[in-house]
Design a protein around this ligand. Structure first.
Ligand code: SF4
Length: 378
């Protein structure tokens, strides 16, 4: 029997500085610290291959995210990739993505990454207006995004994604539309558009409390979401998930694994994994991570085996985010399992979830409330 697809996620926990809105686990990049981290990570890849992954089970997608993977030297990224190839089997058509901050990469780096087998570059653009970037404490300038995309294409990358955020402090609907229009001139194959959310204990949350920055305006974010759907749809992008748009054939295979409740192995501090019906996560502390691996132990902090009902619950909640949706009978089975029949009926009556024949999915309005609906169905 063919094994189900398996993905590999690597979280590189370093950035040059922390953006005002960011609550990810990370440290400020220092060369010595990064070199020790790369050694630990290669050790973790080897141990994980022995303990978690059935011999020869091919990996269909690798996603190197962060943090900012490209604050590592390109030689370090290539050493990590080589560690993966040594210990794990990659499918011949494996999608291998590297996230990059546009100001941390050169044309030479891009050429070397392509030669090393990276198939997809994802640039964190956030906005195409310098004023927006300044107001969220995001280092770098729009011209660096343009240069990075141009150089990636010149290097030979044919699959290029841009990450954008909307609902930024001081950003108008017209400003967001200008950002989208500018992005379209760069002709990426994939775009992720995330509504700004205010995370606790971030500088942005502090600034909003002190009234130095406006709180996100939900109704404006809804208008911005609708504008994105309209403009990107007109330009030939398919919305395949709440926040993601792709040209036909360019949906991110790795992210689709998460939304179809597929299996993935997450490495490095704070990464989460889902294998054989079990979710497990690594310690979110770099020093503990290094110590554990120096002692030849995987740095797993928690592990939970999901019952069949819990596996179905997760499959329903993630799958509703996809435009292709889920089989309707699974939604109703989950509702019966958790006593959610009344909630589900209300979401259907309010047309936040729509059913067409045998499939169910969030409606356009439901997608704007995806996290709230997930909470209700949990
Ligand atoms: S570059 Fe990304 S990961 Fe790093 S601080 Fe900014 S938002 Fe967070």
């Amino acid at each position: 029997m063919m094994s189900p697809p398996l993905g590999l996620y690597l979280h590189i926990p370093f950035c040059r500085q922390r953006c005002d809105f960011c609550a990810f686990y990370l440290e400020i990049h220092r060369e010595g610290r990064a070199q020790a981290f790369v050694q630990s990570l290669i050790q973790e890849i080897g141990l994980s291959a022995q303990q978690h992954v059935a011999a020869g089970r091919p990996i269909q997608s690798v996603y190197i995210g962060g943090g900012t993977p490209t604050v590592l030297a390109t030689t370090q990224l290539i050493a990590i990739l080589s560690g993966i190839r040594t210990h794990l089997a990659l499918a011949s058509d494996c999608e291998i993505t590297v996230e990059a901050h546009p100001s941390t990469i050169t044309e030479q780096d891009l050429v070397q990454l392509l030669q090393a087998g990276i198939t997809r570059m994802s640039f964190g653009a956030e906005s195409m207006e310098d004023g927006d970037l300044a107001r969220i404490g995001r280092p770098g300038a729009v011209c660096e995004t343009v240069t990075a995309v141009t150089q990636a294409r010149a290097a030979g990358f044919t699959n290029i994604s841009l990450d954008l955020m909307y609902g930024l402090p001081g950003q108008s609907l017209e400003g967001w539309q200008r950002t989208l229009a500018y992005c379209l001139t760069l002709e990426p194959t994939h775009l992720s558009c995330y509504a700004l959310t205010v995370e606790e204990d971030t500088r942005l949350a502090f600034n909003i409390q002190r009234r130095r920055s406006p709180a996100p305006d939900e109704s404006l974010q809804i208008e911005m979401d609708e504008a994105a759907q309209r403009m990107l749809g007109d330009a030939g992008y398919e919305r395949y998930e709440v926040s993601n748009y792709a040209k036909p054939g360019y949906a991110c295979r790795h992210n689709l694994l998460y939304w179809t409740n597929g299996e993935y192995l997450g490495l490095v501090p704070s990464a989460q994994s889902y294998l054989d019906g079990t979710r497990f996560g690594n310690v979110a502390d770099l020093a503990t991570y290094d110590t554990s691996l120096a002692e030849n132990r995987l740095p797993i902090a928690d592990r939970i085996r999901l019952s069949e009902k819990e596996q179905l619950r997760d499959a329903v909640i993630f799958g509703l985010r996809l435009i292709q949706g889920i089989p309707t009978h699974r939604l109703h089975q989950h509702a019966a399992n958790y006593g959610h029949a009344a909630i589900t009926a209300r979401l259907l009556a309010q047309q936040l979830i729509e059913e067409d024949g045998e499939r169910s999915r969030l409606s356009a309005r439901g997608r704007l409330q995806a996290d709230t609906i997930a909470g209700q169905l949990y």
